[in-house]
Every structure is written in C-alpha cells, then in structure tokens.
Design a protein around this ligand. Structure first.
Ligand code: LUB
Length: 215
C-alpha cells in the first residue's frame, strides 16, 4: 500500500456569512481544535475502525459537512490527531527540569509527566492508539517513538558525563529500553484497567529501572 499525506482541507473555502463578532478565522481555528479534541477522545475509546465522521460531528454538535470542511476524510482526521499529539508533548514537558536537577532525575520526571498524560489526556491517548493502528490508516503518520528515544538518550549521555549513570550502561540502549518498556506498561494498564492503575505500575517500573541505571 502506498501511503500519501493528504491535505487537511483548511484554507480557501469560506462561509458566506460570518456569524457573531468573532473573526471568522479565529472561529475556524477554534472549531478545528474542537473537532480534533472530540476525534481524539473517540479514537482513544473506540479505535480508528470503530469511529466515523458522524460520531465526531455528533460529539461537537456540528454537521458532518462542518467536520468535512476541516478534514476531508477519516484518514486525514487521524493524521490531524497524531500531529496534535506530537505538538502536545512539548507543552506537557515544559519546565520539567529545574535549574539544579540532575539529568537522571529529569528523565524520571519526564516519564512521571508522561504517565499522567497517558492517564488523563485524550490527545495523548488517541494519538498513541492511532499509532498502534497505523496499518489501518491510509496516510503517512510520523515515525513513532524515535523523538522520545532521542530526547531521553541525550539526557542519559549527560547523566553518564556527570557520573550519575552506572558505567556499564549504554545510554542509547537504556533510552530505547525506557521508551519501549514505558509504552508497554501504559498499554497493559490500558487493556487491563483503562489506565486506572497506571501511576502505580509506572512507579514500579521506575523503581526497578532506575535502581539498575544509577551508580
Ligand atoms: C509516545 C507515542 C505515544 C512515547 O513518541 C511517540 O511516538 C509516542 C505514539 O504512540 O507516546 C512515550 C514514551
């Protein structure tokens, strides 16, 4: 299957009459964000195949046509949610590291925040589920996990330099392992308990893993 990125359809067509006093462009941006938020919830709850455009329209009390104005099909809506997922991480991880925090402590805190986001944030949940279901989506999605791995690896190299990491630990291998294990932990928690136990399961993983990483 050849995957192509499709246009998300925003731009040129404008409603003839602007309602109210809000500038039409602002309203359009806000509407698109509402559609993405509703779609993220539905994709998180029901998956790609269990969701249709009508469900999304119903959830935001719009017509199907209003949704199609922003996203011409379900595949482009999925791409929109996955892109919004990746745009959300920098907001979640903002100011994660105080000035005097060590690199290894900062890595722990990044995943602490990720665990909260997986438990509470539909954009994170929906994007993660769509990435698992990427073979059903007829569009190119961003390559998953590599951004996280690179970010964690950079911090682990720093931890190695500052003597915080055990000397026999390869920072790149540890970063790959941390991201893969964390993703597995949140997935199992989702399947078994709708992520209600995610913070406890993450705390267990954190205890075991960081005991093995720290000098
Ligand atoms: C992150 C997801 C979900 C990894 O980086 C990514 O691609 C991610 C996509 O499935 O969370 C978080 C460790």
């Amino acid at each position: 299957v050849t995957k192509t990125v499709r246009s998300s359809g925003h731009g040129t067509t404008k409603p003839a009459v602007a309602r109210g006093s809000e500038p039409q462009q602002d309203r359009s941006v806000r509407t698109k964000a509402q559609v993405l938020a509703a779609a993220a919830e539905l994709f998180a709850e029901r998956g790609f195949r269990g969701t249709n455009i009508q469900d999304v329209a119903d959830r935001v009390s719009m017509t199907k046509g209003a949704v199609y104005f922003h996203f011409p099909n379900k595949d482009s809506l999925a791409v929109g949610v996955v892109e919004a997922h990746y745009a959300r991480w920098p907001e979640i991880l903002e100011h994660v590291r105080d000035k005097d925090m060590s690199p290894l402590d900062a890595v722990e805190k990044m995943f602490d925040r990720a665990a909260l986001a997986f438990r509470d944030d539909p954009l994170i949940q929906g994007g993660a589920r769509l990435q698992i279901e990427r073979d059903y989506i007829d569009a190119a999605l961003p390559e998953p996990y590599i951004g996280w791995m690179a970010r964690v690896a950079a911090m682990l190299w720093e931890a190695r330099e500052s003597g915080e990491l055990r000397e026999d630990v390869d920072p790149d291998a540890a970063a790959r392992y941390l991201v893969a294990a964390f993703f597995g932990v949140q997935h199992v928690s989702e399947i078994l308990h709708h992520r209600a136990d995610l913070l406890e399961r993450w705390a267990e993983m954190r205890g075991l893993t960081f005991a093995a990483l720290r000098k």
